[in-house]
Design a protein around this ligand. Structure first.
Ligand code: FAD
Length: 485
């Protein structure tokens, strides 16, 4: 039974940490009127998953507090954790500190130990998936994030003086808000589309679902299921179908063998985190191409969840070449290069491909965003999909394809998976999200300061708080005259 008093004690410790660190520091960004005379946020953050929350905390740590933060999910249900993530435990090991920005009392470990006792920590293997969501809810509260939920961001118009964001309130009312800087923390699928093999497109939404869909697994009891893919999500969906009582699950993969390594793990160290963004483009591609070419092994726990089940069949080296309706119309016959499979439902564990046009909120500006295809030749990219990644600046900012055509585009910062090719793993998974948020917040602080340079100069000129009161040196007559006299 979790210990509520332990959590209260941790929160008191954290409050002391904040006081000792002088957090939050005084706000320093001069107020600006919005483009329509209404208020203007210094930063709008779209998305309150792990990345959005980390970004908000990092900004507050730097004294940037005029933030509008929104998410379309119900409060406490942001991100994939309680929706379409179907693994039992996190794939990341429990020791990673994630979004804590150096505060030990903000770690998952501190939160867990406060409720279960420090002695029990060693007995915890991996973090149960729903527990991670609980932790993120606590993190949100503990860091003072002010998120408006059930608000959908629908369109964006950058301009010379700020960015207009069209949003939809829960009752459907449309509103426009203005911000000087925008952080898109819209997640893995925020600027992406689900990969769907050509042959299966006609059946999408009926007999074919992507793992990111809301799938009625209870309805799969006694049915035949085909899962396409061999990555973590494919395996976890196969497991969920088996656990729901499916009669048969066929795991169909193009790969000729089950990969055993996850080379992404060899990118989790400070050198890679901070060094990757500084590499030449060719080196960035070389590193990531190698990781992708090796394929990423699914987690051991997920594989153990299915491997001994006699209802599971593994079909390797089996590219899907065609699909047709079964004669009763209730299933599909899949043709693969390794044989035919009949299934009542097909689940695509095929992941996402970055596609800026696929995100309706930014589709209007997508054609102006510099991509990797504008910078590297198709042959050297190694993978066509990578050509679609945005080519971001060092502070996650979008860059214009043609200078001057869409001023203000660089006010929009892409703090999502699609930053990976430009900046490495700073804006996707748990390992480096803290460093990513720090980099993002520093870049925003820099932009806000530089843009307001004149105002900061005036503040400096007008600064008149005396250090010396005039009584420190008895008998001294040549004091500087007070400012303005
Ligand atoms: C099945 C699965 C398992 C994973 N397991 C792990 C793991 O073990 N370890 C790990 O490090 N990573 C894991 N990941 C990666 C995981 O996505 C990230 O670690 C984490 O969710 C990234 O946080 P995020 O804030 O970028 O995105 P998300 O958590 O997806 O949050 C994005 C938020 O943006 C909101 N949003 C999007 N568009 C809009 C809009 N137009 N208007 C308003 N709000 C919007 C969404 O509602 C959502 O709450 C997993 C991912 C999946 C899909």
């Amino acid at each position: 039974m979790p210990d509520a008093s332990g959590l209260a004690a941790l929160e008191a410790d954290l409050a002391r940490d904040f006081a000792r660190l002088n957090h939050p520091p005084a706000a320093w960004v001069p107020e600006r009127a919005g483009l329509d005379g209404r208020s203007m946020a210094d930063v709008a953050i779209v998305g309150a998953g792990m990345c959005g929350l980390a970004a908000a905390f990092a900004l507050r740590r730097l004294g940037i507090a005029n933030i509008r933060h929104l998410d379309r999910s119900e409060a406490g249900y942001e991100g994939p954790w309680l929706t379409y993530a179907r693994m039992r435990t996190l794939r990341s090991p429990k020791h990673l500190t994630g979004p804590v920005l150096g505060l030990a009392n903000l770690t998952f470990r501190a939160w867990w130990e406060a409720q279960h006792g420090a002695e029990a920590w060693e007995s915890l293997d991996r973090i149960p998936r729903p527990m991670w969501m609980d932790y993120l809810r606590w993190y949100r509260r503990a860091t003072g994030a002010e998120v408006a939920n059930r608000i959908e961001f629908v369109d964006i118009r950058p301009g010379r003086d700020g960015v207009a964001l069209d949003i939809r309130q829960p009752d459907g009312t449309a509103e426009t808000l203005f911000a000087r800087q925008v952080v898109l923390a819209t997640g893995r699928e925020g600027q992406a589309r689900a990969r769907v093999p050509q042959a299966l497109k006609p059946f999408l939404g009926t007999l074919v679902h992507h793992t990111s869909d809301d799938i009625d697994f209870a309805a799969l009891e006694g049915r035949r299921v085909a899962v396409i893919g061999l990555a973590a999500s494919a395996i976890d969906n196969a497991a969920t179908a088996l656990e729901a009582g499916a009669a048969e699950v066929v795991l169909i993969a193009r790969a000729p063998a089950l990969p055993r390594l996850n080379k992404m793990k060899q990118t989790v160290y400070p050198g890679f985190t901070h060094g990757f963004p500084a590499l030449p483009d060719t080196e960035k591609l070389r590193f990531l191409k190698h990781v992708a070419d090796q394929r990423i092994a699914p987690p051991r726990g997920s594989v153990l969840r299915i491997s001994a089940d006699p209802r599971l069949r593994l079909l390797l080296g089996a590219t899907v070449t065609g699909a047709e309706l079964l004669s009763d119309g209730n299933g599909l016959r899949l043709e693969t290069v390794a044989g035919t499979v009949e299934a009542d439902l097909v689940i695509l564990g095929t992941g996402f491909a970055i596609d800026l046009e696929a995100a309706p909120e930014i589709a209007g500006i997508a054609s102006h965003i510099l991509r990797w295809r504008d910078r590297v030749a198709r042959e050297s990219a190694g993978r066509d999909e990578w050509l679609e990644f945005p080519y971001l600046g060092p502070g996650f900012e979008f860059k214009e394809r043609e200078a001057g055509v869409l001023p203000g585009l660089d006010r929009i910062r892409c703090f999502t998976q699609s930053a990976q090719l430009s900046l490495g793993n700073l804006a996707n998974d748990i390992p480096a999200v803290g460093e990513g948020a720090q980099r993002l917040a520093e870049a925003i602080a820099q932009s806000l300061f530089v843009e307001d340079c004149g105002l900061h100069w005036d503040r400096l000129i007008n600064y008149d708080e005396p250090e010396l009161l005039g009584d420190e040196w008895p008998g001294l007559t040549n004091w500087e005259p007070p400012l303005g006299s």
